[in-house]
Design a protein around this ligand. Structure first.
Ligand SMILES: Nc1ncnc2c1ncn2[C@@H]1O[C@H](COP(=O)(O)OP(=O)(O)O)[C@@H](O)[C@H]1O
Ligand SMILES: [Mg+2]
Length: 322
């Protein structure tokens, strides 16, 4: 049974062959004989036809071919074609942040295909879940946290939490714009103004978790069940563990804290259709729930000696429309 999968993502030139999770999923689907199509969020479209009373979502796609040969581009695309989303068996929404107006509209176009194809992750879940704010549904699992655009409130939080906190933009990813704030630093006002755009944007300020030096654990979940974990260890000269800014990856089996967090999130994630999700856990505390394009599957598969992409494609095969 061969399926047709559409992956909505960034341009293929952005793909790192050894690190990209979308690539690994596409490669696995191709290895099983499925057809894999690629499109950008701006390639989605929708129509309304008063004659039939029907609306339909579609995409300008190009068929993707995946190659692991370092001499070749990881993904090459075929000629442009148009397809209705109800003609594909599954849509994998894997566009990287930022969550901007185009992203929002893409989720609303995908919404029109609900019930007509398998949508991973659910566009409604993607819309509802800001990656930083979603964790607030599980306060018992988090470090102490404040979300605010108010400088005085952020400074009061800093002083109430040992004069050492982490300040991060709600729209960030890959460690972008994440600052360690210290109470005695004369840059504190300027940093808060920068991150909040002088009080015009909310930001998240969080108790500093000293365990971050040992690493930020990425726990990948499939339909609420853990696939595995990897530890991202920050460089000696940075607080940010993200691979994107030089964090290194270590093997990290899940411990009792990770499993406690997974159990706390499982039902809500399922309710929200957030099938493929990456939790960030520092010192047994949940700091972020990555839903847009969580990554780590290649490093995790290598370190654990298992093909985790196969588990994701198994799941999709079992639920795809045909
Ligand atoms: N509360 C915290 N205490 C210590 N370090 C933190 C904390 N929150 C974030 N960090 C560091 O900053 C990095 C990025 O933060 P995160 O919330 O995961 O945002 P994103 O990955 O979306 O940029 C983390 O990997 C970690 O190294
Ligand atoms: Mg993160």
């Amino acid at each position: 049974m061969s399926l047709r999968l559409l992956v909505v993502m960034d341009p293929p030139e952005t793909v790192l062959v050894d690190a990209d999770t979308s690539f690994a999923l596409m490669e696995e689907a191709q290895a099983r004989g499925h057809r894999v199509d690629h499109c950008l969020i701006t390639d989605l479209f929708a129509t309304a036809d008063p004659a039939t009373g029907e609306r339909r979502a579609g995409a300008r796609i190009r068929r993707a071919s995946m190659f692991r040969d370092p001499a070749l581009a990881p993904i090459t695309l075929g000629a442009p074609e148009r397809v209705w989303l109800d003609e594909v068996d599954a849509v994998l929404m894997r566009k990287d942040p930022p969550f901007d107006a185009n992203y929002l509209w893409a989720t609303q176009v995908l919404e029109l295909a609900r019930g007509k194809t398998l949508l991973v992750n659910d566009p409604r879940g993607l819309r509802d879940a800001n990656e930083k704010l979603y964790a607030l549904h599980f306060p018992a699992q988090m470090p102490a946290t404040l979300v605010s655009s108010d400088k005085d409130d952020i400074k009061a939080f800093l002083h109430a939490h040992g004069g050492k906190v982490v300040l991060k933009p709600l729209s960030g990813a890959g460690g972008d714009g994440v600052f360690l704030l210290r109470g005695d630093d004369l840059n504190v006002n300027a940093i808060i103004e920068t991150v909040t755009q002088v009080g015009r944007r909310m930001a998240m300020v969080q108790e500093f978790l000293p365990d971050v030096v040992r690493g930020d654990k990425r726990v990948l979940l499939l339909d609420g069940e853990p696939l595995g974990g990897i530890l991202r260890v920050p460089r000696k000269d940075d607080v940010r563990s993200n691979i994107h800014v030089g964090g290194t990856v270590e093997k990290a089996p899940l411990d009792e804290h990770d499993l406690r967090i997974v159990r706390a999130l499982r039902d809500k994630l399922r309710e929200d259709g957030l099938v493929f999700v990456g939790l960030d856990v520092i010192g047994g505390r949940l700091t972020e729930v990555n839903v847009t394009s969580p990554t780590g599957i290649q490093q995790m598969s290598r370190l654990d000696g298992v093909n985790l992409s196969a588990k994701v494609i198994d799941w999709i095969e079992a639920r795809a429309r045909r």
